[in-house]
Design a protein around this ligand. Structure first.
Ligand code: ZN
Length: 284
């Protein structure tokens, strides 16, 4: 079942056991728009089945929030106009050259172009994959693009994100809904999970500009304003304890500034900011 956020906005919940992200649906009077295509043919088909049951205007557009495999591999299934920013398009162009037979997949995993989880999902959830080719995008935008679905605007904006360099967010002003994709998450570099410290505050500021009551996140589904504010607060307070490549020192610093021990989220974030220091010290 799709979750209804407002009469015009729905989403399919994420499913972590299958590495399936949240997928969004916005309906205007004339057309519908999809946000992210799913991690496979099967994921996209499952979503389509739910959309058909709703009896909404035809799906005309598909926006991909960023070029990670779990958001793009269902793309071919919707017969929709595919919209991406120019950086995501560069990633899609690489994927268009990929082959999906066993031997090729194995090669991509060995050369770190693909995770073994990704290979497993492709093998299980993309039928006829020997002849599978990912479609090309139809509309490529730079900074922002507004789509009119018939009395329903969707505003697509690129954002400098702590997760990927090519993030797009989708805002539905009438409904005060903001689809964040994975943009508010951290990322993994050299097997270390980290939040890009330098991008955190500008990103939060950018996201807070939108008058929003419902945030939809790529792997958490729905968050209200209070939950998002708590998330930002924990990220900001842990990022301040960052100036060290030692986790012990970061925890000490956090405890001194906050007069308490970090909770489990804050522990996780502290580790991620220390990792960011480690990565930056390796790069300099
Ligand atoms: Zn991602």
């Amino acid at each position: 079942m799709l979750n209804k956020v407002t009469p015009a906005v729905y989403y399919l919940s994420n499913d972590d056991s299958k590495e399936r992200p949240t997928l969004g649906l916005v309906c205007g009077d004339k057309f519908s728009l999809i946000i992210d295509s799913g991690n496979s043919v099967q994921h996209a088909q499952d979503f389509l089945k739910e959309i058909e049951a709703l009896n909404v205007p035809p799906v005309k557009y598909l926006v991909v929030t960023h070029g990670h495999w779990d958001h793009i591999l269902g793309m071919n299934e919707f017969g929709a106009t595919i919209i991406v920013n120019s950086l995501t398009n560069q990633i899609l162009e690489e994927w268009q050259n990929y082959s999906f037979d066993d031997e090729s997949l194995q090669k991509y995993v060995e050369s770190n172009k693909m995770s073994s989880k990704c290979m497993e999902i492709i093998k299980n959830e993309i039928p006829f994959r020997d002849s599978f080719k990912l479609n090309a995008a139809d509309i490529i935008f730079e900074k922002s693009l507004t789509i009119d679905l018939g009395n329903k605007l969707c505003v697509l904006e690129t954002i400098k994100s702590t997760h990927s360099d090519d993030s797009t967010i989708v805002y539905v002003p009438d409904d005060k809904v903001l689809f964040l994709g994975d943009s508010a998450y951290g990322t993994t570099t050299n097997s270390l999970f980290h939040y890009k410290q330098s991008l955190l505050l500008p990103m939060i500021e950018e996201i807070q500009k939108y008058d929003t009551t419902s945030f939809i996140l790529g792997h958490e589904s729905l968050c209200d304003v209070e939950e998002m504010n708590l998330y930002w607060k924990e990220l900001i307070s842990t990022s301040k304890a960052r100036d060290s490549t030692s986790l012990d020192r970061a925890i000490e610093c956090f405890e001194r500034e906050n007069n308490r021990t970090p909770n489990s989220n804050e522990d996780f974030f502290l580790k991620a900011f220390v990792n960011d220091q480690i990565i930056r010290s390796q790069q300099s």
